[in-house]
Write a protein that binds this ligand. Sequence first.
Ligand code: G3I
Length: 349
Amino acid sequence: FAAITPANAMKMNVIQPVRGRFDFVDADALYAFAQQNGLEFRGHPLVWHTQAANWLEEEGVDRDTTLAIMYEHMDGLMGHFPDLPYWDVVNEAIERNSEGVWTFRDTFWHRMIGDDLIDLAFQHARALDPDAKLLYNDYNIEQLGHPKADKVFEMISDMKARGIPIDAVGFQSHYYVEPNGNTNPGVPNIQAIRDNMARYAAIGVDVHITECDFRIGRPLDPTKEELQKSFFAGLLQACIDAPNCSHFTVWGLSDVDSWVPSTFPDYDYAHLFDAQFVAKPAYAALTTVLAQYNPDGTPIGSGGGATSTGGTPSTGGAPSTAGAPSTGGGSRDDGGCSVGPRSNTLWPA
Ligand code: G3I
């Protein structure tokens, strides 16, 4: 692995539990872990309606005060982490309203600030950090033709056309198979995801897979596990093949502390390792995809890889060095998940 995203440590209720008092203990610990292990560290999220601070609705009495709170929060968080390469600036801000129209999600932020909430958040993030890549991050936006995906593409195209500083879109990629084995709509059409990545490339927007997992409706069975395996492998291959897809991040490593069962009680088994930390077929499938490439991303046998430090992929046993963030000067951003083939042992003695 080459990058880490905090699942909760940067959320507003954790980071700013009292207005003006920031608590960076958890986020700092993760950041230190990332530094010690040569991992990129991603900022997640700046503006989100879920896990907002308890005091937000009391203090934000009108547009101006709510906007001031949003800016103060961004100032505090981005100011504390001034060198992160990526920020999820706005998270999950689009939904279908009661009339069936896909539009801005009805959140406290949106009610108080209005339709320019997203523009203002991105402009402020850019003013605070001219170098970071700024993302809009959401779920069910991966497949071209899905009404939410089309709405978000329209929104981001419009932002680009108006000069709003957005660099990338985060496809969260939370997919599933239902308890009775139904695959529609939980198993994505990978071609539709490839087509969606391509239309973002055409408007100069990168794609990051930001929260990939595949939950399985109980009971677990081999057919469902096979769907999970082909989902992970198919999505990773789609990302590798797209010139504008630079990151593939999984949302949690193992079933031992998954976010899934408390949110979807009929589901579990969403991650690459089971609750005993044994790698699943999906993990092996990812390593098979990655084994086609040198650590610098060139296909093995293509003559590439000369500038890489790893040379050939790890063949097992020792921890791979392939996951270190790219330091080369290539035109492509080569960060993200880099899992090398090795045994099922996570931390060899
Ligand atoms: O920390 C408290 C603890 O003190 C308390 O005793 C306990 C009792 O409920 O709750 C703990 O907080 C929980 C927190 O995770 C940390 O474990 C919250 O209840 C729980 O709701 C929260 O869930 C997180 C969820 O976001 C909240 O919406 C998940 O861990 C986190 O994985 C999930 O991540 C989101 C992404 O940020 C955005 N995209 C969707 C994704 C999955 O929902």
